[in-house]
Ligand binder design. Sequence first.
Ligand SMILES: [Zn+2]
Length: 494
Amino acid sequence: MLLTAFAQIRFALAVATGRSLPGWALDRLIADALATVREFGGVGPDGPEAVAGPALDESTRRAVQLRRFRAQATRAARETAFYPPVFAGLGLDPAKVEWSDVLRLPLTPKESLRDDPDAFVRRGAAVALRTTTTGTTGRPTRVCFSARELRTMTALSGLGQLLHGQLAPEDVAVMATSSRATLGNLSLAGACAQLGALLQPVGLVEPALTLELLAEDLRLPGKKPKPSVLSTYPSYLGLLVEEGLRRGYRPGDFALERVSVGGEVVTAGLRRRASALFGETVAFDTGYAMTETFPFAGMPCDQGHLHFEPSHGLIEVLDPDTGVPAAPGAVGTLVVTPFPPFRKTTLLLRYDTQDLVRAVAGPPTCRLSSLPASSDLLGKRRLAVRHAASWTTPRDVLEALEAVPAVPLPARFGFRDAGDGVAVEVVVREDGPAIKAAIALGLEGHGVPLRGLRLVRDKSELRDPFPLRCDLREPIFAAASPSSASVGLSAGGG
Ligand SMILES: [Zn+2]
């Protein structure tokens, strides 16, 4: 029974990866998966594989990807305003591109999409959402999606989370993200609605209020007695950890099972310190997704890679200076081409995400080794520093800082070019030579060529503060003050 159900799902998804599924088929898919999970109390080891699609051997994968690239390029060259001159200029027939031609196609810069987003929308597309990126690290970008794309996205997101054991009908999910992050929020809200899980959107409010909500006892039919899933940004999770421990909260006050964190670099120090507040058994779901290339996303593995489903899109890791594929182990910019049928409205070919990763050093030996991979996210290129020898990325600095207890979460810091290395500034709880030495040691241990270190006691003293998503804070009505314990968010937001 289990195998049969998953065989059906896999079959249906094989169809889905070739062309769009109608709404009824998506509903049927979810209903089948829910029934299976209900009957067997979980999913077998091939559950996640059913969502990701069958493993392809190298030559089949390349053939599938080239076919999909051609299909997307043909649409882009005929039906958008941006791409026709690109192909005409190169004298390329998009329907006949070979791999060598793909490499000749110029990258699509972020600025082009930001300056004229509608030039990337197909003529005749049934646009339903013109979403805006949150724009923490630059001017926001607009990206259009059709209702059908959104429908497919939420259905597959729900299915994926169910089969990965990340979300079930009895879960209570607290969503603490910017209300402007519409695409991610819609996706989680849609997944919850699809599975029958309870969604509690909170936004980025005072951490004390979110903590109150996470600790609250619930009496709702068919649901867990306390919130079980938290979806947020790493920097906001850091605020919760700091504020929670300061207020005397302990793991016994919560019943969180999973924390889904993304949109920024997630450090080992943050996970460890979050476990002190929410408990050692809390699982962390990390990954990589961005509005512009949604729903094409990276899945983390146990060896620290990000893996990408090849039938959903193409990833390339390119040397930021030369634009040729980065050498194994070298830092590169992640370039993404999302494929149909998931992307049929805003078309992007070789989109330069400006997110830095490393090209994998050798063939992966992890359980997702059949899927193309990069290293985990290192941070935005614009926020990294290039020096003679190599790069210092936000991850290098953040991993070192958030591992040190004297640095409050989230790490408030800045770093800049200092000749053959970088100068770092960071907010600490208390200053002193021992703390300074511990931080310097940590930075050097993470390969940061340290040429200066400045400790400050308040974030206002930072000269060049690193942007954090938790600072997209949303004000609430004054009546809902954290000091009045009985006032919940529902009262404040009503
Ligand atoms: Zn891996």
